[in-house]
Design a protein. Structure first.
Length: 294
């Protein structure tokens, strides 16, 4: 056992960095080493939870080689290409109370320096790196900046968000957000958007700080295709949340005995699918208190 391994086993992990990776063999080594070196230089007791999801270019093999050299690196093999599922798996596996989400092609230790102390001090449950906040520097091509603005505006309008940008780097208080993350039903690029929406509706404190965005590689899929998929996902999420609200309101208005019978019927008929898991979670809360608030 190396000194670093002994330290990791002995000390409480202060921060978990979650890093989804799909076909990132060209950038993975430099990203992991830059993050690891930067956190070591800062004296942080950390771990990197790298979630490989469905790569076909050797990313998983490279990740395992890196983990053999870096004691703080853990590798999860998700087996399917799904960014949101990778984020969810990494968040669930994180051992620290503070979780920072980076992408292989989008990470910034200056954001780490600014956001982690805010979460540690209880000033925010989620700190978001906003590409649209005053002072942000978005150096990507003009088309991507325009599409980001359009998408963010639609998300804010449709889902009634107060933050300007729900997608990207985040620092998260896991204790405050874990139950909300478990309730999320969206995958792909909409998982972290849903997490922000649920945190907002739960009344948690969200803080945006300006991000610096540099394009480290061109997008591997058409930005128009991603935009259409994102828009469809936003409207899907809207209807999921509306259905939950309707179910909660309906149950709150029922007499308690009738509600318990309704819950039993709902759990038998809906319990098999993940998409309805958040509805079941809302109904279970009724059992624990005198009423279920809409």
């Amino acid at each position: 056992m190396t000194i670093e391994q002994a330290r990791l086993d002995r000390d409480h992990v202060e921060v978990s960095v979650v890093l989804p990776a799909h076909n990132e063999v060209a950038l993975l080594s430099s990203t992991v080493l830059n993050i690891a070196d930067g956190l070591r230089d800062r004296g942080v007791v950390y771990e990197i939870v790298l979630v490989e999801n469905g790569s076909s270019d050797g990313t998983l093999q490279l990740a395992r080689l890196l983990s053999a050299q870096i004691a703080q690196l853990r590798v999860i093999d998700l087996g399917q290409a799904d960014y949101g599922a990778a984020l969810a798996a990494g968040f669930a596996a994180a051992r620290a109370d503070i979780v920072v989400s980076f992408d292989v092609d989008y990470y910034d230790l200056a954001f780490f320096d600014a956001s982690v102390p805010m979460v540690r001090a209880g000033q925010a449950a989620i700190v978001l790196a906003s590409k649209r906040a005053p002072g942000a520097q978005d150096r990507r091509p003009l088309l991507r900046r325009i599409l980001t603005t359009v998408f963010a505006t639609i998300v804010r309008t449709t889902l009634h968000l107060k933050v300007r940008d729900a997608h990207g780097m985040k620092a998260i208080d896991k204790r405050a957000v874990a139950s909300l993350a478990a309730a999320c039903v969206m995958r792909g690029s909409l998982f972290d958007v849903e997490l922000v929406v649920r945190a907002t509706r739960a009344g948690l404190c969200l803080v945006e700080i300006p991000a610096t965005v540099i394009e480290r590689r061109p997008p591997r899929t058409s930005v128009f295709t991603r935009s259409i998929e994102g828009l469809l996902g936003v409207f899907q999420l809207y209807f999921v949340l509306q259905s939950e609200q309707t179910a909660s309101t309906f149950l709150a208005r029922l007499p308690r005995n009738a509600t318990i019978r309704a819950l039993a019927t709902l759990r038998r008929s809906l319990g098999a699918t993940r998409k309805r898991s958040s509805v079941l979670q809302a109904t279970r809360q009724y059992d624990e208190g005198p009423s279920l608030q809409p």
